[in-house]
Design a protein around this ligand. Structure first.
Ligand SMILES: [Fe+2]
Length: 154
């Protein structure tokens, strides 16, 4: 097995860490702003997403120190568009999630065939993130509508 380019892998892991930490803040923030009849299940779904982002961030941070590097304390971009309607929140989070998915794909390219455990981690996380994106996409469809709102390539 060829060696990984540790500097490049760590740089990508740090960008993913920042994106996941931004997800924790973003989902938590959205969860405060849900009003109306659907509030209770939507708030709990948003907080579940915040927890999942935190779990991903923790896994990534552990990988960074496993590779002997220093985890970033920065946080990815956050836009405060003062949205309180759920469709806009979901569209914004779908956009941010597809950015994170790209980073996981970059990670996969860097470790594929070179580091079994990191490759496995990248693949599993890509699968989880894609399922999550498809869930959001389905929430954005009108009842009875089959066509995806967005397309995420496998
Ligand atoms: Fe994630």
């Amino acid at each position: 097995m060829a060696d990984i380019d540790t500097a490049k892998v760590v740089a990508t892991l740090n960008r993913i860490l920042e994106a996941e930490l931004a997800g924790v803040v973003r989902y938590t923030h959205y969860s405060f702003l849900v009003f109306g009849y659907g509030r209770i299940p939507i708030v709990s779904w948003l907080r579940g997403q915040a927890n999942e982002s935190l779990m991903h961030a923790q896994h990534i941070g552990e990988w960074i120190t496993t590779l002997g590097a220093y985890p970033s304390l920065a946080i990815g971009p956050l836009l405060d568009s003062h949205v309180t309607d759920i469709a806009t929140m979901l569209r914004e989070s779908l956009g941010a999630e597809s950015g994170a998915l790209e980073l996981y794909r970059d990670l996969l390219k860097l470790v594929e065939g070179r580091h079994v455990a990191l490759e496995e981690f990248a693949r599993q996380t890509i699968q989880a993130e894609e399922l999550h994106a498809s869930e959001v996409d389905k929430m954005l469809r009108k009842p009875g509508e089959l066509a995806p709102v967005s397309r995420t390539a496998g």
